[in-house]
Ligand binder design. Sequence first.
Ligand code: AP5
Length: 232
Amino acid sequence: MSQAHNDPTPMNILLLGPPGSGKGTQAERLIEKYGFTHLATGDMLRAEVREDTELGRMAHEIMAQGKLVHDEIINQMIRNHIARVVQAGGRAMLDGYPRTLGQLEFLLNCMSDLGSELHAVFFLDVSRETLLERMLGRMICRNCGAVYHQRNKPPRNDMTCDICQGDVERRVDDTKEKIEQRLITYSEQTEPILGALESSGLLYRIQADRDAPEVFAEICRELDRIAVAGKA
Ligand code: AP5
């Protein structure tokens, strides 16, 4: 059974995975099919940087070093977004959050305070070699954040976004050195979340080295199964 776009059944999910594992790429597809609201902390922070806010200036330094912005700041930033979606009866899809055990705890408390819950966590499992290839070839639209890849998914017109005609560029943290640091940060601070969720029954490990449509199809199969089982 496929979930209809306007199906009102609550469903809150997380996309978890190392940098470059394809969270943003899958999010774009899942929004269209299931009507999720995409809450991506990396995108929110990049918007703050573009707008040159106080938070943006502080986050820029940390992001450029491949490290994590402090839990307290991130939790405050995301809390109202989650509340807005849940209280409106929408479906939240968190991407890039939580990234530490402290953020996970905050999220679970926040959901419970809102009288809601998490329904599934999709872990995108990708080899290190593939992660490097994806991030070194990645390009994003400076204006709307759409994601491209120089080989797998180039924009139709040179460095111009297909969607909004904005300029397409490399991300400042997609250099070899910064990617190495981000992968270290991931294994030290984010990977422990997998262990914490292991016995929750919420964790779905997706073999995500494959083409984006194959990965998408597997996530959809699991989501549809969850819906059929009445978990969502
Ligand atoms: P964020 O923007 O969240 O970066 P990330 O987790 O490092 O994830 P990426 O955006 O790099 O990758 P992705 O998994 O979305 O892959 P994508 O779909 O683009 O965070 C950036 C920074 O912000 C952090 O380093 C940190 O400083 C800060 N931050 C953010 N959240 C925070 C938090 N919660 N706490 C503290 N700090 C936080 O795909 C990658 C490329 O591969 C693309 O080119 C795509 O076209 C291609 N691709 C994707 N899937 C496939 C496929 N299946 N086959 C072939 N190509 C593919």
